[in-house]
Design a protein around this ligand. Structure first.
Ligand code: AMP
Length: 385
């Protein structure tokens, strides 16, 4: 089976690694060069999209910010899974919010801002503090502003206006103003749906973000009430989109309630732990769904966590002395804050996982993993309380 992935980053690479034993060959469309490449070596296979489409039995995507012409061409081939509409929803917060409303799914109070009048209205209608997020092409904390109160409103508006003006011409830009949610935890659900409408979800994962970017995900046995709530949200969104493949949903947990933060129509960073903590990893399950193969079990086989390596191209070799630790590099060149690789670690129990995480936190350089130690200490405390 041959699959073309739109996007040639680490997610395409991890899909390729996961499904080679199934005899699924992955080629990746590099949207910046327009070439179709081998996702492991970056060697050019074809120099245009048309040949990539011709090669593929199915087409999927590893990210949602893909230009609409490319999506339309792939959709027209009848091979694209999930469908272009689902991919677009992930790339435009306006579409995402209207999907959540359509599915009656709880999320933060918000308002869409396209003009200064909308901005002023949002400031009067919503309660501070606010977070403002660009509707298009904003991710990992980029294209975001925070407002504690009205004192810096004018300054922030000028910045947003400059952001609109500097964006792609001929496109209607917007930001979404959202009330800050006083969450207890951030969690996410990764699940998979096949073309027959069958769904399976992984256990909820608790996530820590640092400067708007995911730094740690921990998957353990979870609260059944929250898991059921998250699964209901997954099922209704996936059904509404007639979704095929892996879909991730990020939530804010407030007490026993989950509010959706955002959805990602693809395999997700908070699901990398599934490579060693779940019966079938998210990358394999995505391709199983896309290629009409039976879905694999999403059961947790042992508590597992993932630590992102951001902006570093080496870590101390000693971390591999910590039992059940695995290192995954993406083969990218070093750049500040860039996702360069990740570390997965498991334990037979949550307590064992927590102590292995602490061993890792003590070995990793504090400058690059600055919030890791206090976060793991907090996780350890939560287990003993
Ligand atoms: P996002 O790009 O929407 O995932 O936002 C990045 C991070 O900013 C999230 O993971 C949260 O830590 C924080 N954040 C975003 N929206 C909100 C909100 N409405 N309330 C509180 N924190 C938020």
């Amino acid at each position: 089976m041959n699959v073309l992935v739109l996007g040639a980053g680490q997610l395409a690479r991890m899909m390729a690694l996961a499904v080679k034993p199934l005899n699924i060959n992955i080629r990746a469309f590099d949207v910046s060069s327009g070439n179709v490449v081998d996702p492991l070596t970056s060697n050019i296979i074809f120099n245009d999209l048309a040949q990539g489409i011709e090669f593929a039995d199915f087409i999927t995507a590893e990210f949602e910010h893909i230009d609409h012409q490319t999506l339309a061409t792939c959709q027209a081939s009848g091979k694209l899974r999930p469908a272009s509409q689902a991919i677009k929803v992930g790339g435009d917060r306006r579409l995402e919010k209207s999907l959540l409303t359509q599915c009656a799914v709880a999320n933060a109070q918000h308002k869409i801002i396209e003009t200064k009048a909308d901005f002023d209205q949002a400031l009067n209608q919503l309660s501070f503090p606010l977070i403002l997020k660009s509707a298009l092409a904003g991710y990992d904390g980029k294209g975001q502003w925070r407002l504690k109160d009205k004192t810096t409103a004018e300054e922030v508006w000028l910045d947003i206006k400059a952001f609109f003006d500097g964006g792609e011409q001929g496109v209607k830009h917007a930001v979404i103003a959202e009330q800050m949610v006083p969450f207890d935890r951030e969690v996410s659900l990764v699940g998979v749906r096949d073309s027959q409408g069958n769904t399976l979800v992984y256990p909820l994962t608790q996530n820590h973000h640092s400067k708007g970017v995911l730094s740690v995900s921990i998957a353990t046995h979870v609260n059944e009430i929250l898991q059921t709530q998250a699964q209901q949200v997954f099922d209704s969104i996936a059904k509404e989109l007639d979704y095929v493949g892996v879909l991730a949903i990020e939530f804010f947990q407030v007490g026993e309630q989950l509010l959706v933060n955002e959805i990602a129509p693809r395999v997700h960073n908070s699901g990398h732990w599934t490579q060693q903590g779940a019966d079938t990893c998210q990358f394999e399950n995505h391709l199983r769904a896309v290629c009409d193969l039976p879905l694999g079990s999403t059961e947790l086989i042992r508590p597992t966590a993932m630590i992102n390596i951001l902006g570093e191209d080496s870590v101390p070799n000693e971390i591999l002395n910590v039992a059940s630790t695995k290192l995954h590099w993406y083969g990218k060149s070093k750049r500040a804050g860039r996702k360069m690789g990740h570390i997965n670690v498991s334990g037979k129990s949550e307590a064992q996982l927590a102590s292995r995480l602490m061993l890792l936190a003590n070995l990793l350089p504090e400058a690059a993993f600055d919030e890791l130690k206090p976060y793991i200490a907090g996780y350890q405390n939560s287990l003993s309380s």
